[in-house]
Write a protein that binds this ligand. Structure first.
Ligand SMILES: [Cu+2]
Length: 463
């Protein structure tokens, strides 16, 4: 297909509410909703491919979370969904827009999805959302950052590690796993939970794709994959990994016919899938310095020596609405020295990893927590400060059908610890981890459960 015929996925923030693209999206959704649920091109069937409470159809519950298949599977899923909407809407020029919430002007749910607030008059509106999102509340800045994920130059990490852009390696189909890769954790998971709130569709993978904004959120994640590759410096798709390149996934096209794609068939969206993003360079660029304020990439390379846990929390605890701080305890007398050795480069260990496990909850908290290391009492918590190490999120980690003990999240805290160790009051035996709740920024009052999440254990590992 010639370049001029490529579909161009545009930023929803630049599209008129009643323009061609969003009007076609509304019309396509309405048509799909009018189809019977067992029609593969219906709205419900398409959402069920991602996740469903009902396991009766083998085509459902296919989404790939918590592994290096996350990005490629969702790219395939969006591709066929876009074709189905295009055909259902009758608008041949339709391409799925993306939601660039990273831009300060787009930090609210896009207007077309909020107004009019009537699911009959507006196919993009949905009651099953965080009321604060539908009321035009703002996403906190730390919710929308992708810079941390972009600082990783490795696409994959070894099984059990989330310290990579794209996620841990698996041997094949993996519906849910923990820990999630960096881009999946942040911003992907956070946006899901803030838009879904405690009981809305977006907060649960079994209902998420029933929200029309799901598809714009994932188009943005798909676009960020392209932006990451563009940064160069060794960033590349794991095309030599046969599980990533050759695992076959089934979808349905706009005629309802079953179709199959593999990872190696979706690495070049323009050449293989006939679409591009409006900010994709038309010509392959020379790799340049990152345009974002990315820290120097420090990929966590597994050293020959096995990882070793240096410190851990004494017991489990519950996170609520108020900030909480947990002091870690050394597993042996020399733990502080061993930690310092990592920071000074003595020995083969390159990284300090903060591992949070046994993450669990009864009610989806509908919020997230910023995580800090050694945040001073007199310092206000800011993700712009040196103590911030990332966000704790609650999407696709909840035990599904008894599959998991609880969620796991990992944070590379090497850089933060190195910075702290340069200070006067540095004591490697005094490591504290703080959690600060963040929510949609909105004045709307509405009733809900107080957020509550259990943490089983926190540890610091050298690797
Ligand atoms: Cu998602």
């Amino acid at each position: 297909m010639a370049q001029t015929e490529l579909g161009v996925r545009q930023d929803v923030g630049a599209l008129p509410v009643d323009g061609v693209v969003l009007s076609a999206y509304r019309a396509g959704i309405a048509a799909m909703r009018g189809r019977p649920d067992d029609d593969p091109t219906s709205w419900t069937f398409q959402a069920n491919i991602h996740g469903a409470f009902d396991n009766s159809n083998p085509a459902w519950n296919q989404c790939q979370h918590g592994s290096f298949l996350f990005l490629s599977w969702h790219r395939m899923y969006l591709y066929f969904f876009e074709r189905i909407v295009r055909a259902a809407s009758g608008e041949d020029s339709f391409s799925l827009p993306y939601w660039n919430y990273r831009l300060p002007a787009e930090r609210q749910l896009p207007e077309a999805f909020r107004e009019p607030a009537d699911p009959v008059a507006n196919a993009l509106f949905l009651d099953e959302r965080n009321p604060a999102a539908n009321a035009g509340g703002f996403l906190p800045e730390s919710a929308v950052l992708h810079e941390q994920a972009f600082s990783f130059t490795n696409f994959t990490s070894s099984p059990g590690s989330g310290l990579s852009f794209g996620g841990q390696e698996v041997a094949g189909f993996t519906h849910f796993a923990v820990p999630h890769g960096e881009l999946e954790s942040q911003p992907h998971d956070i946006i899901h939970v803030l838009i879904g709130g405690q009981s809305g569709f977006m907060a649960d993978p079994r209902t998420a794709a029933r929200d029309p904004v799901f598809w714009l959120h994932h188009a943005n994640i798909d676009r960020l994959w392209n932006r990451w590759l563009e940064l160069g410096n060794g960033r590349a798709n794991p095309v030599d990994n046969t599980a990533w390149a050759d695992t076959e996934f089934s979808f349905f096209d706009e005629t309802g016919a079953q179709v199959v794609l593999t990872g190696k068939e979706v690495v070049d969206t323009a050449a293989q899938l006939d679409y591009r993003y409006d900010d994709d360079p038309v010509v392959e660029p020379e790799p340049t310095e990152p345009p974002c304020p990315c820290p120097d990439p420090e990929p966590v390379n597994e050293s020959a020596s096995p990882p070793r846990t240096l410190m851990e929390s004494a017991e489990g605890f519950t996170l609520g609405a108020e900030p909480a701080t947990v002091k870690l305890q050394g597993l042996e007398e020399s733990s502080g020295n061993l930690l310092n050795n990592v920071l000074t480069g003595e020995g083969p260990w390159r990284a300090l990893v903060l591992r949070i496990e046994g993450i669990d909850y009864d009610v989806q908290p509908g919020v997230y927590y910023e995580v800090y290391v050694n945040l001073p009492d007199n310092e206000s918590a800011s993700h712009r400060g040196g103590y911030y190490v990332g966000n704790l999120s609650f999407f696709a980690i909840k035990p599904h059908h008894g599959e998991f003990e609880g969620g796991i999240q990992t944070f590379d805290i090497t850089r933060a610890a190195r910075r702290l160790s340069g200070g006067d009051d540095w004591d490697p035996n005094d490591i504290r981890v703080s959690f600060v709740k963040r929510d949609m920024e909105s004045d709307l009052e509405f009733s809900r459960d107080a957020p509550s999440a259990r943490i089983g254990r926190i540890s610091v590992i050298r690797q």
